[in-house]
Design a protein around this ligand. Structure first.
Ligand SMILES: [Zn+2]
Length: 47
């Protein structure tokens, strides 16, 4: 679940996810979301 930064609509599932592992830091999972309200794409870290 992530909130669209443009219109505030909650998007339940990401279109795509991938792991991001910066050197020396803990790996996180990023999700690419497509807003069902305004159609904007945005990225958000997964919990
Ligand atoms: Zn939106």
């Amino acid at each position: 679940m992530a909130k669209c930064p443009k219109c505030g609509v909650d998007v339940a599932k990401p279109t795509k996810t991938w792991r991001l592992a910066p050197k020396g830091k803990k790996a996180i999972t990023i999700g690419l979301y497509k807003c069902s309200g305004c159609g904007a794409f945005f990225r958000a870290a997964q919990k």
